[in-house]
Ligand binder design. Structure first.
Ligand code: NAD
Length: 493
């Protein structure tokens, strides 16, 4: 959670949990603040610091609501999602401004996120209505064999702060349309945005208990959300450490879907359009202030073109305007919280200590306009040892490590030599290399001549190795699979 530095002189709004269709205080009546990362004197709101009793109530409400919701007509479930989407769309500008105030990203990016979240609700409202089983040919002419897809029951949804609306939307929409009920715990850095999504569903007429919302620290509420016997599935996005913890704690009959960290490489081949390559690294590495799970954090460049590429990269990076998310033209906002700031500065120090060359940036910005926020200048390191910490560990901030290699084979070996496998890209015009790359690279999302960031709502998303559990993908039609179980029916007649 964020540290509040200056005491408030203005009244702060208090927001409640949402359990069994009622907005209510936590049982212990404790609260915490959500703070604007661009101005730590600006308190966005006060939220419930819940404990396990609140989670228990939320899970029980979800359990009670399950039978009725799972039998509710899919068209009715879809119309609630569509109605909630309309509410998000009608309030897109106001919500975008709140999102910027709470998380820090530029208001244009925030508005795109609000609209994308609405589209996600609409997408699953349609896809979910035609998501069904299969029938199987068999030798008995008096028997039909088919699979039925059924909802699981109560699903826990646990989400991070970097896409505070769109990540919850891509989990909650497929859970609800397939007939599950939900207990949703958002990041304590962005509870307001999460609440706005629940509020939209409430206003859209979702029956009581179908979605429940509990805010609070992972250490107070996390375990029960994962281990309660009524919870049939946990869908989680966040750090690999937390994901591993949840995966280990979840019971034998609880499904887990974990979308975790990344250390995403972009390879620049010697035939690459270097202007394009530099722009892709700037967009993939520094947009959202480097706080995207698919952000470019390693650039592996062929030595023949390294100097020219680095020159272009520094040139483009130094042109990026750093500032408040409401200012036009700003490309880099604050980091989301003080912990993020300290982490990024720590990794800049590791880079220097490990002998890499800091070509650009890495400074903590503290002059007038930045002093109340968590601002850093994006950092570019060259001469990075592929075994050093900045080359191996997720930083989740605007730090790019440039590693020089002599061959494509060497580039692939380094690209794959990390514990993550979320997203990867190559910049080349060589069709053979581009195709070879799609086979060689260990990543769940593979791109050619595109940024490592960004994924379609209607295509599967997920990682390999420690970037995801190797169970179910998110997004697209396959995103519905996690939330349903199969029954095989042999119908003789
Ligand atoms: P985090 O792991 O600290 O927290 C994520 C959520 O999990 C929060 O709601 C937190 O309260 C909760 N949580 C933490 N530990 C828990 C535990 N042991 N049990 C139950 N709940 C727990 O992550 P963060 O700082 O919010 O987000 C940044 C991380 O998220 C980065 O590692 C990033 O790569 C990852 N991320 C991944 C994706 C993806 O799709 N792969 C997308 C966005 C972010």
């Amino acid at each position: 959670m964020k540290k509040v530095i200056v005491l408030l002189t203005t009244k702060v709004a208090t927001f409640n949990n949402y359990i069994n269709g009622q907005w209510q205080e936590s049982v212990n009546k404790k609260t915490f603040y959500s703070v604007n990362p661009a101005n730590n004197e600006d308190i966005v709101g006060s939220f419930q610091a819940s404990n396990e009793q609140d989670v228990q109530l939320a899970i029980e409400a979800a359990q009670r609501a399950f039978t009725c919701w799972s039998q509710t007509a899919p068209s009715k479930r879809a119309s609630i999602l569509n109605q909630a989407a309309s509410i998000l769309e009608q309030n897109a500008q106001a919500l975008a401004e709140e999102l910027t105030r709470e998380e820090g990203k530029h208001v244009d990016d925030a508005k795109n996120e609000v609209l994308r979240s609405a589209q996600t609700l609409r997408y699953y409202a349609v896809e979910g209505q035609s998501f069904t089983g299969e029938t199987f040919p068999n030798d008995d002419s008096n028997m039909k064999v088919s699979t039925e897809r059924e909802p699981l029951g109560v699903v826990s949804v646990i989400t991070p702060w970097n896409f505070p609306l769109s990540i919850p939307a891509r989990k909650i929409a497929p859970a609800l349309i397939t007939g599950n009920t939900v207990v949703f715990k958002p990041s304590s850095d962005t509870p307001l945005m999460a609440l706005r999504l629940v509020e939209a569903l409430d206003k859209a007429g979702i029956p009581k208990g179908v979605i429940n919302f509990v805010t609070g620290k992972a250490s107070d509420v996390g375990d029960l959300l994962v281990t309660h016997p009524a919870v049939r599935a946990v869908t989680f996005t966040g750090s690999t450490a937390a994901g591993e913890d949840i995966h280990k704690k979840a019971g034998f009959t609880t499904r887990t879907q974990m979308e975790l960290g990344g250390k995403n490489p972009l390879i620049v081949m010697d035939d690459a359009d270097l202007n394009l390559a530099a722009s892709l690294v700037v967009n993939g590495g520094f947009s959202l202030t480097g706080q995207a799970c698919t952000g470019t954090s390693r650039v592996i460049v062929l030595s023949d073109v390294k100097d020219e590429f680095v020159q272009k990269l520094v040139e483009k990076t130094s042109a990026l305007k750093i500032g408040h998310g409401f200012e036009p033209g700003v490309k880099i906002g604050p980091l989301a919280n003080e912990k993020q700031l300290k982490n990024v500065l720590k990794y800049v120090e590791y880079g220097k200590q490990d002998g890499a060359t800091l070509e650009y940036g890495g400074d903590h910005l503290t002059s007038d306009e930045y002093q109340k926020g968590y601002y850093v200048k994006p950092a570019i390191f060259t001469n990075v040892n592929p075994n050093s910490r900045i080359a191996k560990e997720e930083i989740f901030g605007p730090v790019v490590a440039v590693i020089e290699v002599d061959t494509y084979e060497e580039a692939i070996a380094i690209a794959n030599d990390v514990e993550y496998g979320l997203s990867a890209s190559i910049v080349t015009n060589n069709l053979r290399i581009a195709n070879q790359f799609t086979k060689d690279i260990q990543a769940g999302t593979v791109k050619v001549n595109r940024t490592t960031t960004g994924n379609l709502m209607n295509a599967p998303f997920g990682g390999l190795k420690k970037s995801s559990t190797s169970t179910f993908r998110e997004s697209g039609r396959v995103g519905l699979e996690f939330f349903t179980q199969l029954k095989t029916v042999y119908m003789g007649y």
